[in-house]
Write a protein that binds this ligand. Structure first.
Ligand code: HEM
Length: 484
């Protein structure tokens, strides 16, 4: 074998299995962050011959994923994804023409300037969230799922999701659920290190083949059903604005039939955008329930700028710096995908004298980056004030690390940014979020544990959600009337 520079430091490998047994299966980002403190900003591990690199600082992430994006933009191969026919998802695709075509299609409809077109519909969905909170505040978690699904379905398919038991949402949830089930057994290690799927003992048997066949059928239906809905609407002359309608129009104008790619792209928007949005909004509710002082400060800002007679609009955003800082802090405090989505290398590389081979899995430990004490003092504390300069101006730290890096950076981020801001500002302006009380009137302490998995969620917690005032209540009710 040819000589190469050393690998970066990491936990000492064992005979044959390497670090396989060191790989954490519970909240792995915490262990990786400890490894970072012990070994450095770039940690090397080796599981059964697969090289894994963990990037623990923003600086190293920028050096590798951004400046050397020509090397660090592939995805690790996941054979089971293909078996289930989930490989239509651009986020899981290896680099190549197919990825480029899909990514371009997303780009064309979700880039920053065009994302503005979706704002009215997103604000409307945020207002529907308010109506839901008024009617059944105890169901807020379900309502967050609805607002996330509804904003994407409206944008992509021009489809208005029903408040409950919506058939397209059920189809997609089912398919996404199957996808995450497929990550078992050994869930987290497998999510993070897809190569482990090659392990003979984990090789799926006939049961798995049946499971895969079932998945294929569901994902097929998930792509087809809402797509047919759009086609029907186009024939009826009632949809020209949804992403799918526009893509179909453009492809027809070029005399092409791109139905399949369009279906795939649309279904991916849901798979990538719904659960992630639910997670960040859940963290917002949690943060507000435990930090009444922060909530109050944001509400005072909104009251001062927007006044009591209307709800906030996107145009208010630049005038609401504290809400902006709060928005940034939610994303920092609880990054949605604490380990991002794994990248892979397409060539050998040397960084700071260390060797990173072609085909390695490279993980952005976003959790560690958001806990970096040299940038964020007392990182576990929820404090929007950290985003202000000494003279009270919003600072320039506006990169949302939660959206990932380089050529693979979240292609829906402008859309996500808008719906999350719209929901946050709308809720703050009209509701108070507080811990729930028990029968004796004592506050129930909130247990803020987070789930494992690619997308991490706050586990169920109770909170009290009440209108801030009668005026606020009236405003919420009034939006309902105008939507009818
Ligand atoms: C709060 C909401 C969201 C978060 C936190 C989030 C986060 C992420 C992250 C971490 C990645 C991987 C980046 C990397 O590889 O470095 C990603 C990729 C992606 N996201 Fe998002 N996302 C969100 C919402 C959305 C929405 C609403 C859409 C669609 C409209 C979307 C579409 C995608 C797609 C298609 C990819 C794959 C890109 C590729 O591999 O080339 N995301 N997202």
């Amino acid at each position: 074998a040819k000589q190469h520079p050393p690998f970066p430091p990491g936990p000492p490998p064992r005979l044959l299995v390497g670090n396989f047994r060191d790989l954490p299966t519970k909240l792995p980002w915490l262990t990786y962050t400890e490894w970072g403190l012990q070994y450095g900003n770039l940690v090397h591990a080796n599981a059964l011959g697969q090289h894994i690199f963990i990037v623990n600082s923003v600086k190293t992430a920028n050096e590798l994923f951004e400046k050397r994006s020509h090397i660090y933009s592939d995805r690790p191969v996941i054979p089971m994804i293909e078996l289930m026919e989930w490989d239509f998802n651009v986020g899981l695709m290896p680099l190549g023409d197919r990825w480029r075509q899909h990514r371009r299609m997303f780009q064309q409809h979700f880039r920053r300037d065009l994302s503005r077109n979706y704002r009215p519909v997103q604000m409307k969905k945020a207002h529907q969230l308010l109506q839901g909170l008024l009617e059944s505040p105890q169901d807020f978690r379900e309502l967050l799922k609805t607002v996330a699904a509804a904003s994407i379905m409206a944008t992509v398919y021009g489809y208005d999701v029903k408040p409950s038991n919506d058939r397209f949402v059920a189809l997609s949830e089912n398919a996404v659920q199957k996808l995450s089930e497929s990550f078992f057994p050994g869930a987290v290690a497998v999510n993070t290190f897809p190569i482990l799927r090659y392990l003979p003992s984990w090789m799926p048997g006939a049961g798995f083949q049946r499971f895969a066949a079932e998945c294929r059928q569901i994902t097929q239906e998930m792509r087809q059903a809402p797509f047919d809905f759009v086609k029907q609407n186009i024939r009826d002359g009632v949809d020209s604005k949804s992403v799918v309608a526009k893509l179909l129009g453009a492809s027809q104008a070029r005399g092409r039939s791109d139905d399949e790619v369009i279906q795939e792209m649309a279904a991916t928007a849901y798979a990538a955008g719904a659960d992630t949005t639910v997670s960040i909004l859940g963290s917002f509710f949690l943060a507000m329930a435990v930090h009444p002082d922060v909530q109050k400060k944001a509400q005072i800002e909104i009251d001062t700028i927007v006044g009591p007679h209307r709800l906030p609009e996107f145009e208010d955003r630049p005038s609401l710096p504290f809400v902006e800082a709060l928005f940034r802090e939610v994303f920092r405090w609880r990054p949605v995908l604490p380990l991002g989505v794994a990248h892979a290398t397409t060539a050998d590389d040397i960084y700071n004298g260390y060797f990173i081979p072609k085909g390695a899995t490279v993980i952005a430990n976003i959790w560690a980056m958001t806990r970096d004490e040299s940038i964020y003092s007392e990182p576990d504390r929820f404090s929007p004030d950290r985003f202000f300069t000494a003279d009270g101006m919003l600072n320039s730290d506006d990169t949302v690390l939660s959206f990932g890096f380089g050529r693979r950076i979240c292609v829906g981020r402008h859309n996500a940014d808008a719906i999350v801001w719209a929901a946050i500002v709308s809720v703050l302006s009209t509701f108070n979020i507080a811990p729930a009380k028990d029968a004796n009137g004592n506050e129930i302490e909130i247990d803020a544990n987070y789930s494992d998995g690619l997308v991490s969620h706050a586990q169920a917690f109770a909170c009290s959600i009440t209108p801030r005032s009668n005026t606020a209540k009236n405003l919420v009710q009034a939006t309902e009337v105008s939507d009818m």
